[in-house]
Each structure stands twice: as structure tokens, then as C-alpha cells.
Design a protein around this ligand. Sequence first.
Ligand code: P6P
Length: 285
Amino acid sequence: MQDNLAQDLEKIFTTIKDSSLHIYQILRNNMGETTQSKNSTGDLQLQADVLADEILHKAFKTLECVKEICSEEQEMSIELHNNGIYKIAYDPLDGSSLMGANLSVGSIFGIYRGEFLPKNLVGAAYIVYGMVVGVGIASKLKEGVDYFVFNGEDFKLQKTLFLKKEGKLNAPGGTQKYWSKTHQDKMNNLFQKGYRLRYSGGMVPDLHHILIKGGGLFSYPSTTDAPKGKLRMLFEVFPFAFIFENAGGGATDGKQRLLELVPNHLHDTTPCFFGSNKEIEIAKR
Ligand code: P6P
């Protein structure tokens, strides 16, 4: 199949926007539902998780250019088109446990040309389901993160997001009781400097918040109860690392660029820090 990256990315991003409206409908019909089962990695799986995954699977199947998909809700990846070029790893509904509280949740996508390795990322996107449906899109072909909002008829480009050198928001993830002393000191240091605590427990709205406000730090470190962190490389961490670097910021595991990591397994996790460059330097110290 002829590889025309700009056209193919356009098709994939349009499919993600269209699917966001179907998923939003599911959320409104399934608010605060009970749990259904556990997924392959032991996460509690809500009806909305399963339905969102089915919507995206069906939608990506309509694209000949998509070779394979890998969902956080499925143990193995699924081949769609033998002659396809791109592999899409996605978290169909991240933070669904927050639905009962009527807090924002999201979907996350990484688009890989070749194997599921960060060096093969050619694009990434997120959907944030809140007061409105918003879609953030980052492409290898263009700097910045294009943020679209659905206005009831179509998706309008609201703003192309860039991160400043430093920000004011601190989104510290994980159970504080299980933080290392070093991490505790880093977080206290930021608060002593006047950073504002902004943490909802939803990765997508928390990271989108930092992008929209132009800076800050989101962290989910290694903790004693999750030594390799909690967030998954393929579906959550690599897409947002691509997005934050596209916005002029950085993304590290505390030692190296997240986009230099190599997963051993589709569901591998890693400690992660995303933010403006000043905060990323602090995270690496
Ligand atoms: P904690 C939601 O369950 C999630 O996967 C991410 O969306 C979020 O950033 C993280 O877990 C929150 O984890 O341990 O801080 O509640």
C-alpha cells in the first residue's frame, strides 16, 4: 500500500474525532455504572470500557491503512489489514473509575509506522470527555498540539497548544504514602515555589490541563506499591510523551527520555514525568 503519511494521518484523526462522539454517548448512558469484570491485566473493566473499545475497533477496521491495533483492554494486538502500514495502540477509556464522580475521562492513541516502538511514532491524539468533547492531535509533520472542540455540529480548531519554559501547575500522581523520599522532596520543593496542586486522577484531563495552561509538571513515579509505575508505555505514556515533546516540552522516566524506552511486553508500565522543560530538568535531578 502506498504510504502517504499526511493523508493517512488525516483519515485516522478524523476517525478518532467521529468515534469520540459515539463514545461520549456511551458515557452519558452509562454514568456511574457498576463494574463488569477484570481485563487481561487485572484492571476492573466497566461496561463503558468494553463498549468504547468495540467502537474504536470497528472504526479502525474501516481504514485499509491500519495494519494492527493494540488496546489496553485486550491482552494481545489484533491484525486488521495485512497490507496496512500503521499500528495504533490505544486506551479506549482512561480513568473510567472517575465516571461515577462525573469527572472528566479520556481516550489516548499512539500511531506507529512499524513496530510498537517509540521511535516509530508518527502521531498521537487524546480525547477529553468533559463539559465538551475536545480532541488534541500531534503529528510528526507539524509542531504543536492542535486542540479541536466539538461545537454541536463539527470539530473546530480552538488553538494550537505549545508549552512555555515553565508553568505553575503540579499534578503529582500515585499514593503519597508510597513515594520515595527523593520524590516527596521534589514535590514539596515545587509547592514551596508556589506551584498549584491540580490533580483529578484522570491522566487525560490532568495532562490536557497543563497543555492548555502552557506549562507545569505531571508525574507518576516509581512507588513502593508500583515500582515500575502504573501507567502503560504503549497506550498512555509514549503517546503523551510524543504530544508533550511536540508542544515543546519534555517527557522523562526520571533518567532518560521516555521515547527512548523499549517495552518488553505490550502492557509494560514505566515511571513518567511530563511537563515544560524547566520542570523536566527538576524531575531528572
Ligand atoms: P492514582 C486512572 O485510573 C489512571 O490510569 C490514570 O488516568 C491516572 O493518571 C492514574 O491512573 C491515577 O492513579 O494512583 O493516582 O489514582
